[in-house]
Structures are given as C-alpha cells and as structure tokens.
Design a protein. Structure first.
Length: 431
C-alpha cells in the first residue's frame, strides 16, 4: 500500500495520535478512515462552510455525507449561527426550564402528524431508547420487533457482531424483520402472541416501501396492540417538513427526529400521541441535563423557520434527484455493475462484483479517485440548501471520469494496483 503522504500528511500524523488516545481512533464509527480507504482519504476536517469542508492539509471537498446527515442548510449557516450567538450571550443552560422549549414543542406538534407531546433530548440513540421505554411501559410488554439500524444502545446493537458487553438475556427480547417483507413481521407476532411491545423501523432507507408496506405495517401493529415507532432521525425534515409519515401519509404512534432539525447542533426529540405519553408520564424516567440546551433549541427553531419559508425541501429533493440521475447515467455509460439507489433525500451508491473484483474494491477505488478531485461521495449522499447545480454537475462530471478509470482498469485486469490505500471495510453490518 502506498500512502499519499503529500496530500494527506497531517491527517496521517493525527491518525497515529488518535489511535493512542481515542477508542477506535474516532468518536463516531462512520467517520473512521477504515470505512473510507485508509491511506488514500482525508481523516481530519479543519473547517467547513456552505457545501464544502477543508481537511487539516488544506484540501477542499464538495461534501455529500454532510456530517452523516445533520447539515441541511449548509455548514456555518449565518442565520442559524447568529441566532445561536444571540442566545449564547444570555446563557444557554439554566437551573429551570425555558420558554424556548415550549416554542419548539409547539412548532413540532404543528408540523409532525404524530406529534401531540414532545420530549427533547440530545441524540438519535438517546431518543430511540426513550421510545422503546415508553412503548414497553405503555403496553406492559417487553419484546421489540425491529428492522434496520437505530443507534448504539443495547436493544439494537445486540443484533450486530459488536455485541460484547450486552446481556445475553436481552437478545431474547429483540426480533428482526425485513423491510418490504410483511411476512417476516407476521411471523414475529405469530411466535410471540401478546408479547410484542413495539414495531420499529425507518419508514424508508435504501429502498422505497412497496405495495403499501408502511400502511400494512401500521395495520398489523394495531391488530396486535403493539405500538408503531418510526425512526425519522434521517427522514425527518429532509424527505418532507413533517417527515416520512407526512410524505407517505402513514401515522405512527411514536416517532423520533434528530439530525437535520437543528442544522448540525446536537438535538433529538421523541414525539407521540398524547394518549400514550400521558399514560406513562408517571411511570417512566427519561431525563437529560442537556435536554434543555438552548443553543440547540434555538438552532432548531431558526432552522425550521428557514425550511418553512424558503421551500428547502423542494430544493434539496430536486437537487438530490439530479445527483442520482447523473450518477446512474454515468454508470450506464461505462457499463459498471452498480446503481445509485434511494429516494432523493438520501441516495446510496451500491457496487457489485465484476470480473473477479469485489464490489467493495471497486467502491474503494471510486471514493479514492473522487476524493483526489475534491468530491466526498460516501456510502450515503445528502444535499444541503447550500449545494448548487454547479456543485452537483461538477460532481457528476468527476464521477463519470472515475467510472471511466474503473472501466478501463477492469478491462485491463489491473484494478487492485490502482488502490493507494487500504480496502474499505464496513464497521458492522447495518441491514
């Protein structure tokens, strides 16, 4: 492996230090260079503005992971940051609650169909844990039927290979079903009659729901007196202002939102029907010292105000579709066995094995070459209000050039020799 020392010199110096100080070398798994291509990718970002970030070596990138989704308006968005600075001058964490908590709650109840009562927290994982606790308290049941990834807490990570430290007994309470496969959920209910507290899923991930899947899931949950929980940490505020439940017109009992609602400031919320929230109010303990952090709450209020006034959703969905179409056209032009999947709020590039070369190796080369040309296309792509058609068209042009390189390398049979870094790996299987 040849390390690109000139372009990523400072990144690699800091990476050596990070491995001696940080568990796993990173605070967030999905930001690990092992997941990108260690040796041929930036590792540390130094600053960001709009649709771009600069790494610690001074290289600029058009950014599509967007901090794993929270940046919906753009990095360091002036109007949001100015509102936060004004609140900062007044203090932002008090010994009592503040009226801004009520203001945000009123806004959320106005725009999210299932929101009648709110709990403000900090992270998606935290809010998903709260949702499961509420569902178990309300139903008096313990088993959870789950589809997909929902954070780092015990009840979801017990299904991965990184399950050390999780009590074995908990695994007996978690059952996994498959997206767009109603029969897989029906089997869980059949095998655990009267014991399922909740059905949990992202309403849409890599693939869109088929054959009224979400409506059928909701009906099946009601029939079995289990609560339906939508994980809208990613879909919320991106797919539509009211989330996927608004976009698909399917009403869950509880929902979790986060990421994009404050344009990068840390916040999440559990929202749900008043009947459910009131019933458990004196039974469950869900509390966070930083739940009332007014910097994130202020950022959320201002972000949602901008989303509403400027039709941000229409803009980012149109631009996301432009990116998806352009990538798929380039893939077809060079006959690469790959596809850009997903709805335009978040798209995914999926590479398959070709001519004895693994899809993962092809993907690694694709990322390496895009990064060398100032484009950060990860596994999942978002666009922000700060991205422009020029940014997207440039990205499509670079991707097209890289697909040409891949095609030629496959034809010659020497693609592995073009890798400058390590083969990318998945941190763990999510789906």
């Amino acid at each position: 492996m040849t390390i690109n020392n000139r372009r990523y010199k400072q990144s690699h110096i800091l990476w050596e230090k990070a491995n001696s100080l940080l568990l796993n070398g990173v605070s967030t798994f999905s930001k690990s260079p092992l997941y990108i291509t260690l040796g041929a990718c930036p590792i540390f970002a130094e600053r960001a503005k709009g649709a771009y970030f600069w790494d610690c070596d001074g290289n600029r990138y058009i950014d599509y992971p967007l901090a794993l989704g929270p940046i919906i308006l753009g990095y360091a968005y002036d109007e949001v940051d100015s509102a936060v600075k004004r609140q900062m001058s007044r203090g932002f964490l008090y010994s009592l609650s503040n009226r801004l908590e009520l203001e945000l709650s009123e806004i959320l109840c106005d725009i999210i169909p299932s929101a009648e009562k709110v709990k403000i927290l900090k992270t998606g994982s935290e809010a998903m844990s709260a949702a499961v606790r509420v569902a178990r308290a309300y139903t008096g049941r313990e088993i959870v039927a789950v589809c997909g990834y929902h954070g780092w807490h015990d009840w979801t990570i017990t299904r991965t290979v990184r399950d050390a430290g999780i009590p074995a007994a908990l695994k007996k309470l978690i059952f996994e079903f498959k997206y767009n496969d109603l029969n897989s959920l029906e089997r869980i209910f059949s095998q655990n009659k009267g014991k399922v507290a909740a059905v949990i899923l992202e309403p849409v991930g890599m693939y869109a729901p088929k054959d009224n899947f979400l409506s059928k899931i909701a009906k099946l949950a009601r029939k079995n007196q289990a609560l339906l929980i939508f994980d809208e940490v990613i879909t919320g505020f991106r797919l539509s202002l009211g989330g996927a439940q608004s976009y698909f017109s399917v009403m869950p009992d509880l929902s979790v939102f986060g990421k994009a609602m404050a344009n990068g400031y840390p916040i999440s919320v559990l929202v749900g029907k008043k009947e459910i929230m009131n019933a458990v109010e004196n039974k469950v303990f869900i509390s966070s010292t930083f739940g009332g952090d007014l910097l994130s709450i202020t950022a959320s209020i201002k972000t949602i105000e901008i989303l509403r006034k400027r039709k941000v959703n229409d803009y980012i969905l149109a631009l996301g579709q432009r990116l998806k179409n352009g990538l798929n056209e380039a893939i077809a032009r060079y006959k690469i066995d790959a596809k850009c999947e997903g709805l335009p709020h978040k798209t995914f590039l999926v590479f398959k094995d070709m001519r004895g070369v693994s899809g993962k190796m092809i993907e690694t080369l694709f990322r390496q070459e895009c990064l060398l040309n100032g484009v950060f296309l990860g596994y999942g792509h978002f666009v922000s209000f700060s991205h422009t058609k020029k940014d997207v068209d440039y990205t499509i042009g670079i991707a097209s050039q890289v697909f040409s390189i891949i095609r030629q390398a496959l034809d010659r049979g020497d693609l592995p020799s073009l890798l400058q870094g390590k083969l990318a790996v998945d941190v763990f299987k999510r789906y």
